[in-house]
Design a protein. Structure first.
Length: 499
């Protein structure tokens, strides 16, 4: 999970085996009976839809609830400010590490989930003056072309003219006729194409905005419109600001805090119940993905497994680097500790975090070992570790940025620098409101994907391996909590002694 979970930690282990069995069964069905496997994909689509419908109420309530648990923001002592600053900084470093690594490895490159080029398809273009655009008529089209067209993030390239058409999201689009808003060249300059030709290619773009639109988008003009449009980042900004102000209004705000906490607890319970259906969803998504690969890719099953393995290895390398290099360097040079002795004392904590998949369940072990073995002040540990289990998620943030970039590579969506900046901010700030539930990283990953208009259904490609990566990132999250407490302990000792 992302950080923690309330309840019996044994439930976490008992949920793993059905997921593993479902993933193996789905892969086998997709490999040996791909046509039948494609018909089971709807099970995964239903599971993802149920997950997505819970995203906004869960994130908004969890974000506000996390901020209000800090108490009156005006009365937070220096230890609280230092803790928050450290955790946000370490999370940002983790996200940058993940972004650099996924750009270096490119685990999703050279992969096509659907056919995108149709060189033998002839076309004609008819202008539509009343609509202000044109209509692209496609001959020799079929189901593959129909499946490739996605008006929400697609554009069509006229191969023989090297011209791109932006698909009208509101138009009536199908495999034979596509509404086009504008035609432009590769540099974005508007251009008029010839009215007939042969050869089209469907390409994907993220829903990017200009720098001015990007900044303005952070402040929601209408909160309900932002929710309706699933415009995530302004909702995060609003919830942070609303939660901060709510901590300052005193007793009059307590009933509202109670309502938010109740909504948060109910949303968490809904997600926990939904996770009981995860094996069914994973079976459908895995079977559909492998089945599609078998039918569309000459290498079939092997290509899909290799691609998934490259993604998993990229995430694990990133988590390993952050946990064993970045955090150890911080422990050595910022906290002033001898890393080998310190880590040896904390081995039971790391094993507990990996085995339970829960930072919250690991909290008692972390506190005991940190105070008794590594001599961190109980006052510091009692405050910093629970706060870290609430707002610190180095491992999950790194995973999110790698997963989102991987999905963009698979869908062949080019991410601009502004897209990457938005992803960095969303993954870092979104860590404050991540819920303490199993595999909460899947929920917050939706935020990162939607922040730059990437296809959220891409989550289905990585869901089969998420149970293992979840435990790896939880171990890094819990380790980051401990390192943070040790750093704060040294700062507070210096402040009190004046050294």
């Amino acid at each position: 999970m992302a950080k923690g979970v309330t309840g019996n930690t044994g439930d976490s282990t008992s949920r793993v085996w059905p997921i593993i069995v479902a993933a193996v069964a789905g892969g086998a069905l997709g490999h040996y009976l791909p046509n039948i496997a494609l018909k089971t994909k709807f099970l995964g689509d239903i599971f993802l839809s149920l997950l997505f419908v819970l995203v906004i109420p869960l994130i908004m309530s969890s974000m506000i609830s996390s901020v209000t648990r800090l108490g009156d923001i005006r009365h937070i002592e220096s230890i609280g400010l230092k803790t928050i600053a450290f955790y946000l900084t370490s999370t940002f470093i983790a996200v940058c590490t993940g972004l650099f690594l996924v750009g270096l490895v490119n685990p999703g490159s050279n992969a096509e989930i659907t056919q995108t080029e149709f060189p033998n398809t002839s076309y004609t273009i008819v202008s539509t003056p009343l609509a202000g655009g044109s209509l692209l008529h496609l001959d020799n089209s079929g189901d593959k072309l129909k499946n490739a067209i996605d008006p929400t993030r697609g554009q069509i390239k006229l191969i023989d003219q090297d011209i791109y058409g932006t698909i009208d999201k509101t138009g009536a689009n199908d495999a034979s006729a596509v509404a086009i808003e504008t035609w432009h060249d590769e540099e974005g300059r508007r251009i008029e194409p010839r009215t007939a030709g042969t050869g089209v290619q469907v390409t994907n773009v993220s829903n990017r905005m200009s720098s001015r639109e990007l900044i303005a988008n952070y402040i929601p003009r209408n909160l309900f419109r932002a929710m309706f449009q699933e415009n995530i980042f302004p909702l995060i900004v609003f919830c942070l600001a609303f939660g901060i102000v709510l901590t300052t209004v005193g007793e009059v705000g307590l009933p509202l805090i109670a309502v938010v906490d109740a909504v948060n607890a109910t949303s968490i319970k809904c997600v926990i119940l939904l996770m009981n259906l995860a094996p069914i969803g994973i079976f459908g998504l895995t079977a559909g993905s492998i089945g599609q690969a078998e039918l569309a890719n000459p290498e079939g099953f092997v290509a899909e497994l290799v691609r998934l393995a490259r993604y998993a290895i990229t995430v694990i390398i990133g988590l390993g680097f952050h946990g064993t290099i970045t955090l150890v360097l911080i422990l050595t040079f910022v906290a002033g500790r001898k890393p080998l002795r310190f880590i040896k004392n904390m081995v039971p904590q790391l094993v507990t975090a990996f085995s339970t998949g829960s930072s919250m369940a690991t909290l008692p072990v972390s506190m005991t070992l940190l105070t008794e073995k590594n001599k961190v002040s109980e006052k510091i540990a009692d405050f910093v570790l629970p706060l870290g289990a609430t707002i610190n998620m180095d491992g999950t943030a790194l995973y999110q940025i790698v997963a989102a970039s991987y999905i963009a590579q698979v869908y062949q969506v080019h991410l601009s620098m502004s897209d990457k900046v938005v992803m960095l901010l969303t993954a870092t700030i979104g860590s404050i409101g991540a819920a303490a539930i199993p595999q909460a990283g899947l929920v917050t990953l939706v935020l990162v994907l939607k922040s730059v208009g990437l296809p959220v259904e891409g989550i289905g490609m990585i869901l089969s391996i998420d149970w293992f990566i979840d435990r790896c990132r939880t171990t890094v999250n819990s380790w980051g909590d401990v390192v943070g407490a040790t750093v704060i302990d040294r700062f507070e000792n210096k402040r009190q002694t004046g050294n």
